[in-house]
Write a protein that binds this ligand. Structure first.
Ligand code: ADP
Ligand code: MG
Length: 451
């Protein structure tokens, strides 16, 4: 029985390493120096990254070598070596040799989007009342791209299957319409690509890349919040594709009209097609998902009482369900014991919440920051710009309402704010909540997502 496999298994270590570097470096540095890199070749011991030119390579070596090595160590996986090479030197060495086997096909990596995950298919997606409509809409679009519903806008909380459906559409199209240029794109990558393109004066190529796509799958569009230039570029990209009857599918954590800090013209474009929401799965759907995953990934028939037990531990996030399932099956396989209810309880004892465990403050900060397009570091900073103070007040409010933290403790979490500032913030939000329906709904959503 395989112990791994439920999580995505990226074919390259670069996305994982890149994530680590992104966490380790200030955003500007990351964007400038690491976003432009591409995988030139890769094997178990060595990852060769292609940089725009030799000066760039020299600067990377000089400025970032130790950081890269630490990041590799932080991954705690097998060690490997990273080599930086300039495009020119790669072309030269590559000329007589065959193409490196792992270089992505042009379509896979078009528009710098990451490739489509073959595990996220319609047939691995469990349908329940919570996601039936969203799944049907996704299938309809995959049948007749550009015709049935354009754009399709899928929205819902974290871990409910939005990304899965997006990839499922991509996988279906790859099979049924192999000539179609399908691009999966995290909105965050769009932003980074835009920044790099501006910096290196490659805007015409940037526009060209995005405007020659047949089906554009954009994940987590809320990431464009407060990024005016990105919204503007995306708006134009959207219009070009839309007028050419190219299919656009967008996911988000909220419906268009609730997308805070997003231009009205974009919100109205998003709202003009078909909106489909995904709700939290009910207990039966969670059980079915667990049993399906156990079967597919581990060839294991999970007892219903075990599945029910695991399903009850998680409110809605399917990724968390998978995490618990992984843990239980790994323990069972390592110990050779039969996976019954008692075994599952024992295996999960350390990770399960105590009754009514309060939500963790880190979760709150992360969720709120992400929603408003901020970094955790920014929301915790001393900055008093309104774009930051308002989300920060909301995060403070949620900490007060959903955790056992005291005002001074919350103050310390936010870079030593005085407890009276925290009290004031909590009162502010409390007052506005009573007057502002949209805020009330947003707070409600945050609470649900944290539950
Ligand atoms: P989101 O993008 O909405 O945050 P994901 O699509 O990343 O969520 O889903 C999280 C995990 O849960 C993925 O591994 C996905 O395969 C799985 N998942 C979510 N919903 C379902 C479902 N209905 N059936 C099977 N797997 C699901
Ligand atoms: Mg997602």
């Amino acid at each position: 029985m395989a112990l791994n496999g439920v999580r995505d298994m990226p074919s390259s270590v670069w996305p994982t390493l890149r994530r680590q570097l992104r966490a380790d470096l200030p955003p500007e540095e990351f964007r400038t120096w690491f976003h432009p890199l591409r995988v030139a070749s890769e094997d178990a011991e060595r990852l060769v990254l292609e940089a725009p030119n030799s000066r760039f390579v020299a600067a990377l070596e000089e400025g970032f070598r130790p950081i890269v090595d630490w990041a590799i160590a932080d991954l705690k996986g097998p060690t490997f070596e990273v080599l930086f090479k300039s495009s020119d030197s790669i072309k030269e060495t590559a000329r007589p040799a065959p193409r490196p086997p792992k270089a992505p096909a042009a379509d896979d990596d078009a528009a710098s989007g990451s490739s489509i995950n073959p595990q996220y298919r319609f047939d691995s997606f469990v349908i329940g009342n919570s996601n039936r409509f969203a799944c049907a809409a996704s299938q309809a679009v995959a049948e007749k791209p550009g015709i049935a519903y354009n754009p399709l806008f899928l929205y819902g909380g974290v871990g409910l299957g939005k990304t899965h459906l997006l990839h499922a559409i991509g996988n279906r199209l790859r099979r049924t319409l192999p000539g179609t240029r399908v691009v999966y794109l995290a909105a965050e990558d769009f932003v980074n690509d835009l920044i790099t393109s501006i910096r290196f004066e490659r805007m015409p190529a940037f526009r060209e890349r995005y405007r020659t796509i047949d089906v554009l799958l954009v994940d987590d569009i809320q990431f464009l919040a407060r990024k005016e230039r990105s919204q503007e570029e995306f708006f134009h990209t959207f219009n070009v594709l839309y007028t050419r009857q190219k299919q656009i599918i967008v996911t988000s954590d909220a419906q268009p009209r609730d997308l805070a800090d997003m231009e009205e013209r974009l919100r109205s474009r998003f709202g003009s097609g078909l909106l489909a929401d995904i709700q939290a799965p009910d207990l039966e759907t969670k059980v079915a998902i667990l049993q399906r995953k156990a079967r597919q990934m581990q060839s294991l028939d999970l007892d219903t009482d075990v599945a029910l037990f695991i399903a009850r531990q998680v409110h809605s996030n399917v990724r968390e369900l998978e995490g618990l399932l992984n843990r239980v099956t790994a323990f069972a396989s390592l110990s050779g014991a039969r996976l019954d209810l008692d075994f599952a309880k024992e295996a999960l004892r350390d990770v399960l919440p105590e009754q009514d465990r309060p939500v963790s403050p880190a979760q709150i900060v992360k969720l709120v920051a992400h929603h408003y397009g901020l970094k955790v570091r920014e929301i915790k900073s001393k900055s008093n710009s309104r774009q930051i103070t308002y989300p920060r007040q909301i995060a403070m409010y949620l900490c007060k309402r959903l955790t056992q933290m005291s005002y001074p403790e919350i103050g310390r979490l936010f870079n030593g704010k005085h407890h009276s500032t925290v009290m004031y913030s909590v009162e502010q939000i409390e007052r506005r909540r009573a007057e502002d329906e949209r805020l009330a709904a947003q707070l409600e959503r945050f609470t649900r997502q944290l539950g």
